[in-house]
Design a protein around this ligand. Structure first.
Ligand code: GDP
Length: 214
């Protein structure tokens, strides 16, 4: 079900940067009913395993050990919540792509993410972390479709841009811009969690998503 009233639409904030350093782990939710109360606003981070989602969360918050929490056994298949303040949260969504994970388990993750994207009213944006060298694989295409259908704004980080030349980075950026051209509320940027390239732009976009009305 697509819920009214949670979207930020195109009315983004006034450009004020959030303080992400306050991020504090609160809870790991294996399913929707274990999530914290669905009030306030949150931005979720998604990505295939190894794309650099944890490194990105650590870079955004400036908290080096933060997203290790999401790799603790038992939490890899959960939605991990980090509070910024009492009204706003960042959420680390379970990763995809480990070849050794049985298909049945992957299907369960898909269902959890699908339900979360469709039903979570406080969700006001998704940050999709991709490896710039391997963009738009199946899961990532699926995320684009899900977010489009659920009306959730999406920001794509083409991570590990330090691995490519400037020309190659620009080429992938252009390719992605074309791929998302038809999708409303979807933006893309090059990023490197390692070198902190594009960090301020990413923080600004996430701040906009968190502050966007109504
Ligand atoms: P996750 O599985 O998506 O959470 O990925 P991690 O954050 O654990 O990163 C996976 C691997 O990619 C690690 O070896 C990181 O050091 C590396 N990595 C993450 N971000 C970058 C980046 O921006 N540049 C480079 N070169 N390596 C990165």
């Amino acid at each position: 079900m697509i819920t009214a009233g949670r979207r930020s639409g195109s009315g983004f904030g006034d450009g004020t940067m959030r303080d992400f350093s306050t991020a504090t782990y609160t809870v790991s939710a294996p399913g929707m009913r274990h999530c914290p109360p669905d009030s306030g606003r949150e931005v979720a981070f998604a990505g295939r395993s190894n794309a650099g989602k944890s490194s990105t969360l650590n870079a955004i918050t400036g908290r080096r050990g933060l997203a290790r929490t999401g790799k603790t056994p038992g939490r890899t298949q959960a939605l991990n919540f980090f509070a910024l303040d009492e009204d706003t949260r960042l959420v680390d969504l379970p990763g995809f792509g480990f070849a050794r994970v049985p298909e049945k388990m992957r299907e369960a993750w898909r269902r959890t993410i699908d339900a979360y994207l469709r039903e979570r009213r406080s969700l006001c944006g998704v940050v999709l972390v991709m490896d710039i060298r391997h963009p738009l694989k199946d899961f990532e295409q699926q995320m684009l479709t899900w977010c489009g259908e659920a009306g959730v704004p999406l920001h794509i980080l083409l991570n590990k841009s330090d691995k490519l030349s400037r020309g190659q980075v620009a080429r992938v950026e252009r390719m992605l811009e074309q791929a998302i051209a038809g999708q409303p509320d979807c933006t893309v940027q090059a990023f490197s969690a390692l070198r902190r390239t594009g960090l301020e732009a990413a923080r600004l976009r996430i701040s906009e998503l968190l502050d966007g009305g109504p």
